[in-house]
Design a protein around this ligand. Structure first.
Ligand code: SF4
Length: 316
């Protein structure tokens, strides 16, 4: 039986990207309150949309489903991306938009063309970018700045220790560090018009806090976060002792579309096997309002009673 006691990992929902720790009870209470507000505001239209345009990554993180993913190399057709964007024009409130799922989004050579389309047609969308940091050379950063619509750039750096970084991500530590040092230099010079956050998929060891301290000391202009690792709805074996909170999930107010058009149940459904269909057979907003998903939002049932969720410690 799933343990119902709560020992929450370090996540501060009140200040995303800043990595401030809070007492577990207070944190969970705040999360519950935010879900009630979400239910009032985002029942019919999503609070957040993510779209994977090319299922490709240059890393092979040991906590991610990507190394085993069958969808590698699948490219969303241009017209499907446009179909998604056109449907999202119906969202009447401000919402987050991010062109990423189980991939490194900057590997898609169409990325900035897609972002321009999204900016032009979705005036209520705020862009949230995610990357492992390796593509962030100056000309790429210049293009992000030129969009003038990016709210936050989250860099999945994961480990401050060289050997651990290279083992966990299969990327070159020195190269990534140089890119992030340069980005920080530009942040201090006032050249960026978005906030930057450095994140870790934590393992519930002292390394989680050490990572946050290290990031704050090296890159004072950046935020730092550590989120618990999860089992990707059963797709990845993990061995940590994060406890599962007795609460619903904010992911039920988000819409996630994979490169093959499938609706992912949440950010941790790597295949779309738990979703409600696919585009273009259904529109994105039809998928968001699939009866099963609506019911989750209406009832806000504890994740401990939802089979897909009952092993998940994530509060995002
Ligand atoms: S509880 Fe975990 S598995 Fe369930 S929707 Fe939320 S993030 Fe996904």
């Amino acid at each position: 039986m799933t343990e119902r006691s709560v020992r929450l990992p370090v996540v501060d929902l009140s200040a995303p990207g800043r990595g401030r720790t809070t007492a577990e009870g207070e944190q969970l209470e705040r999360y519950r309150e935010s879900l009630l507000k979400f239910r009032d505001k985002y029942m019919d239209f999503p609070q957040w949309v993510s779209v994977e345009t090319l299922a490709l990554c240059n890393a092979a993180c040991d906590f991610c489903h990507y190394p085993d993913m069958q969808r590698k190399g699948v490219r969303m057709p241009d017209e499907v991306f446009e179909f998604i964007i056109d449907d999202l024009t119906r969202i009447p409130h401000r919402f987050g938009f991010t062109p990423v799922r189980v991939n490194e989004p900057f590997l898609d050579t169409r990325l900035f063309e897609f972002l321009r389309l999204a900016c032009d047609r979705l005036p209520r969308a705020d862009l949230y970018m995610v990357t492992n940091g390796t593509p962030l050379v100056d000309p790429v950063v210049d293009r992000l700045v030129a969009l003038n619509r990016v709210k936050r750039l989250n860099i999945s750096f994961n480990d401050h220790r060289e050997a651990e970084y290279e083992r966990a991500m299969q990327l070159r530590y020195g190269q990534t560090l140089a890119r992030l040092d340069r980005l920080h230099e530009r942040a201090l010079a006032g050249e960026l018009n978005f906030e930057v956050s450095i994140s870790r998929v934590g393992d519930n060891t002292p390394a989680d806090d050490a990572f946050i301290a290290w990031v704050r000391a090296r890159w004072s202009a950046f935020g730092a976060t550590s989120h618990p690792r999860a089992d990707w709805t059963g797709a990845v074996d993990i061995s940590t002792d994060f406890k599962v909170p007795d609460v619903a999930c904010a992911q039920w107010f988000k819409l996630n579309i994979l490169a093959d058009g499938k609706d992912a149940f949440c950010c941790l459904d790597p295949t779309g096997d738990h979703g409600y269909g696919s585009v273009p057979d259904r529109t994105p907003l039809e998928l968001y309002n699939a009866p099963g998903k609506r019911e989750l939002r209406e009832k806000l049932t504890s994740r401990l009673d939802i089979s897909v969720c009952r092993m998940c410690p994530i509060l995002v």
